[in-house]
Ligand binder design. Structure first.
Ligand code: GLY
Ligand code: MN
Ligand code: MN
Length: 455
């Protein structure tokens, strides 16, 4: 595969766009804090997504400042100093020179200069853009800075008076993907598909869920993905009815369905794909009926994705098809409209799930991008968002019938099914970016457990 990387031009354009939006203010983005796992071992580090979106810089212990009205230094990076001894242990550092040379910073300082330099950059700004809540230590630092500005304001009559969450502006940008973002996302989803195809081949009764997880992980890494976009879900039989099952330690039995929800990250973008497969290569009649119902709901929901449609339209379509099907199969009783209404009402309520929500608890879609549940509002002024080209969303209806589901024909108990694809909104409608992984019953039955050269 040809290498693709985030270009320095792309991050510059993102910053220019963001700088225009915050004119008069100054934005401060700390890098993601590191987290100790135990003793002197740290959890794997991944840069904060907003920070990376604007800088392309992956090192910890850094702060990015965007100051649109500063005469020379509109983009400033504070970074870890070059340190030969530390670099022997933890790897190469860009240092302040590298931050300017390789990341386009107008000025760069080492982190020990932050308290001295930040007030100078902010003194003419009338507001600060900063997101509280991700890094308590830095939050406190910012409060200290604001105290300083309060005193300065009294003395000089200048300086910021308010702190605003930058997410509203920045996440609006992240919601609509540029051509380069779509290229990176395509690659992440392509690698994700490779992982699912590897899982389809590796699947056989008697294998353990973690073996399938490993086959997926190997395909991801082999194709250049540095990490998963989220913990892989590989659940056999009734484990597939647990929405966030990630233990992945059970034996897969003949007759089980195996639900695999896994996504590879690439260039800080992630795929998010789910397939549900019969371990022995054939769906039972009951499994097939439920599977086809979920697939019908998914195909109809995807069909509704086009510019101008509302974000919730695919969900409403999927819910209707699933609910009608569940009534037809005797899983639910009553009037379809009422079951939909009761399910929708149940949203965020503590009582037992009602209506269709008894067997379909989550929404059909979320935005997809650098984060698996990507940034960007779903509603604006209480109205569902209208889709526009460049948005990317998942479509992932499912049915989850627990082993002990009351009042359910035993033949349907312990079945969990989800089918999830990643869909780009285009000028003409949509494109399913994860279409390479089969999902029809016939295709799945043809290839499960078979190597790709047909052996
Ligand atoms: N893999 C997480 C999700 O489907 O939303
Ligand atoms: Mn998803
Ligand atoms: Mn998923």
């Amino acid at each position: 595969m040809k290498p693709i990387t985030l270009s320095i031009n792309e991050t510059r354009q993102r910053r220019e766009d963001f700088l225009r939006r915050i004119g008069g203010g100054i934005a401060i983005f700390p890098a993601a804090p590191t987290a100790i796992r135990n003793s002197d071992v740290e959890h794997e580090y991944r840069q904060d997504t907003d920070f990376y979106y604007l800088t392309g810089f992956e090192e910890p212990n850094a702060v990015a400042v965007l100051a649109p009205d500063h005469p020379e230094h509109r983009f400033v990076l504070f970074v870890q100093p070059k340190d030969r001894e530390r670099e022997v242990w933890t790897g190469w550092r860009a240092g302040d020179e590298g931050a300017k040379r390789d990341y386009g910073a107008d000025a760069a300082f080492t982190m020990d200069k932050l308290d001295e330099e930040l007030p100078k950059l902010a003194e003419k700004a009338n507001r600060i853009y900063y997101r509280f809540g991700s890094d308590p230590a830095f939050d406190e630092r910012l409060v200290g800075l604001m105290r300083r500005f309060q005193r300065q304001r009294q003395r000089e009559g200048t300086g910021p008076t308010s702190v605003i969450d930058p997410a509203e502006l920045l996440h609006e940008m992240r919601l609509i993907k540029t051509p380069q973002e779509i290229e990176l996302l395509r690659r992440a989803i392509d690698i994700t598909c490779e992982g699912h195809l590897a899982a389809i081949q590796a699947l056989k009764p008697g294998a353990y869920e973690y073996e399938i997880e490993a086959a997926i992980g190997y395909a991801f890494r082999k194709n250049g993905s540095p990490r998963c976009g989220y913990a892989s879900i590989v659940g056999a039989g009734a484990n597939a009815t647990v929405l966030h099952y990630t233990v992945n330690n059970c034996r897969i039995e003949d007759g089980d369905l195996l639900l695999i929800d896994a996504g590879a990250e690439f260039g800080y973008y992630t795929g998010d794909v789910t397939r549900t497969l019969p371990a022995g290569g054939r769906f039972t009649e009951d499994q097939a009926v439920l599977y086809q119902l979920v697939l019908d709901a998914q195909l109809a929901a995807i069909e509704a994705i086009r510019p101008g449609a509302s974000f919730v339209e695919p969900h409403d379509i999927a819910v209707r098809i699933l609910t009608e099907g569940m009534v037809r199969l005797g899983l639910l009783e009553g009037d379809v409209e009422k079951l939909i209404e009761d399910g929708n009402k149940f949203q965020n309520q503590p009582d037992a799930p009602a209506g269709y929500k008894k067997f379909y608890l989550h929404r059909t879609s979320h935005w997809l991008g650098m984060d698996v549940h990507d940034a960007g509002p779903y509603k604006v002024a209480d109205e569902w968002r209208r889709l526009v080209p460049g948005m990317v969303m998942t479509v992932e209806p499912g049915l989850y019938i627990s082993e002990d589901a009351e009042g359910v024909d035993p033949r349907y108990r312990g079945i969990g099914i989800r089918i999830e694809d990643d869909v780009l909104v285009t000028e003409l409608g949509n494109e399913v970016l994860s279409a390479r992984v089969p999902k029809s019953i016939e295709e799945i039955e043809r290839i499960v457990g078979k190597s790709r050269n047909g052996a």
